[in-house]
Design a protein around this ligand. Structure first.
Ligand SMILES: [Zn+2]
Length: 505
């Protein structure tokens, strides 16, 4: 391991020496933004600043591109500033709202400040769903006494209830098979989908995948079985009572939509325990959610142009929208901060790889993926020029590495690049999909890569009011931005173009 690290370091030194030459090419010097830090994210550690003694004395490894980029990321903490600006100025940026438009304008200005070329807004028609004023779940005791209020959140796309609410007994199930076996017993009831995360799974994303069908399809299956509403245990491994919202699949034409809401894990446990004791659970759900006509909004796109093969693209993406219940600091302001800071770092250090790095901040990931679909349609003509797409949508925790769907020969190259992040504990390269927004590109044969930070606490916060900036550690976020920037640089600067994956259509 040590020996291979030394070889990598040596190789990096050579690449760096070559790139230093090219980074002072006339095209760079013509671009003033590449010579000094932008207003935002400027730092004492920007290119050309004197190196502090502690790292000037460092060993040769510190001279590599990766080391320079990550050092600058940690010193400048530029990623934190992007995150802070986005979450404090546009804490409400749910699809279809004016807050999203403000965030898109902010992102466009950020790209211009970094010195990206072709910074622009690209149109996307997004769905407009409103939670409304009323979200109320009352639990009536079996005999007498006051009702208890249970915190709940309507799921995205849910219709509202009648103004007086829907009152019925609760039936709890852990699978769609169990629901089907109950047959007529579900008619007129409120179904509680109550399958918890698999706590024995060390990978929270896999545990999420094993539970999330209850949120996406629970209400559809409950409606098919004759239920009047659906409650869903929140998608979390946390032992708290905070509800997590999230999107539902659209109701098929032959199914009459029913209202659906998430409840916290503790409330779900309490209902389950009561039912297991043979005590009936009687609740009233009142929601004023509704769906309005689509709204024209935008993806935000900008480019750090390549120095040799500028028409070839390495895409870095995140989603700019967030659920309406909080500022979405980890999901996905952190990803936006990663993407913006990755190119800001290269700009500040004057590092211009062979190919273009295109930043895309997608609209409407949370409740429609319309931004991703619009990008695919608007860029179909140059899909074959997309060599790789990377997405950050797993939070701003400490980086662990990446996952990718790259086939064998490209995987070999990417593994070499990922190995450089071993000193940062971020050298994992595991098989897996790149992410939701770039999934449409993967289907067309573009290699996709997902940034993988530590994920043990991600789903405690995901789609809740708890996902606030105090949950993001500036140093962890900065390290992630540095690792992403270095990964993008190395990929975009590869001498040979990576072979495409077979299209998955
Ligand atoms: Zn997300």
């Amino acid at each position: 391991m040590l020996r291979s690290t030394r070889i990598t370091i040596l190789a990096c030194l050579l690449v760096w020496a070559a790139a230093c030459k090219s980074s002072s090419s006339p095209s760079d010097l013509d671009d003033p933004s590449s010579l000094h830090a932008p207003k935002h994210g400027s730092s004492s550690g920007s290119a050309g600043a004197a190196a502090p003694e502690s790292w000037a004395k460092g060993n040769a490894a510190r001279e590599s591109h990766t080391t320079r980029i990550i050092q600058e990321a940690l010193e400048s903490q530029g990623a934190w500033r992007w995150l802070h600006e986005l979450c404090t100025q546009y804490p409400q940026r749910f699809s279809g709202t004016p807050g999203y438009d403000g965030a898109a304008d902010w992102a466009l200005s950020a790209m211009q400040a970094i010195g990206l070329s072709n910074a622009r807004l690209e149109p996307v028609d997004v769905p407009r769903w409103e939670r409304g004023e009323v979200e109320r779940l009352e639990w009536f005791p079996e005999r007498s006494g006051p009702s208890q209020l249970i915190e709940c959140l309507a799921l995205g796309g849910s219709p509202g209830t009648p103004p007086e609410g829907l009152q019925a007994g609760v039936v709890a199930v852990r699978s769609f098979e169990e629901l089907a076996r109950l047959g007529d017993k579900v008619r007129g009831k409120i179904v509680l989908m109550d399958r918890p995360f698999d706590r024995s799974d060390p990978n929270p994303f896999r545990a999420y995948s094993g539970a999330v069908d209850q949120r996406s399809r629970g209400a559809i299956e409950a409606a098919r079985a004759g239920a009047v509403a659906c409650l869903v245990r929140s998608m979390t491994p946390a032992r708290d009572d905070v509800p997590h919202t999230g999107g539902m699949a659209a109701f098929p034409r032959d199914v009459t939509p029913i209202p659906a809401a998430a409840i916290g894990a503790i409330s779900a446990d309490r209902m389950r325990e009561a039912l297991d004791r043979g005590v009936s659970v009687n609740v009233r759900l009142t929601l004023s959610a509704r769906t309005l006509p689509d709204v024209r909004q935008h993806n935000v796109v900008g480019e750090w142009l390549g120095r040799e093969r500028a028409t070839e693209i390495v895409l870095v993406g995140a989603h700019l929208d967030a659920w309406d219940v909080g500022p979405g600091a980890h999901d996905d302001a952190a990803g936006c901060a990663h993407a913006l800071e990755a190119v800001a770092l290269l700009s500040r250090l004057g590092l211009r790889p062979r190919r273009t790095i295109r930043v895309v901040l997608f609209a409407n990931e949370e409740n429609g993926l319309r931004g991703a679909e619009a990008y695919l349609e608007q860029h179909r003509f140059e899909l074959r020029k997309h060599m790789l797409a990377l997405e950050s949508d797993r939070g701003g925790f400490a980086p662990r590495g990446f996952q990718t769907d790259a086939a064998a020969s490209a995987l070999k190259e990417l593994t070499k690049i990922a190995r450089q992040f071993e000193p940062y504990g971020a050298d994992t390269l595991q098989p897996g999909p790149g992410g939701a927004d770039i999934g449409v590109l993967a289907a067309e044969g573009v290699i996709t890569v997902g940034f993988v930070p530590d994920s043990q606490r991600y789903f405690d916060l995901h789609h809740t009011r708890l996902d606030t900036i105090d949950k993001v550690h500036p140093r962890e976020l900065a390290l992630g931005a540095g690792v992403i920037a270095a990964f993008l640089y190395e990929v975009a600067d590869l001498e040979d173009t990576l072979p495409r994956n077979p299209a998955k259509l």
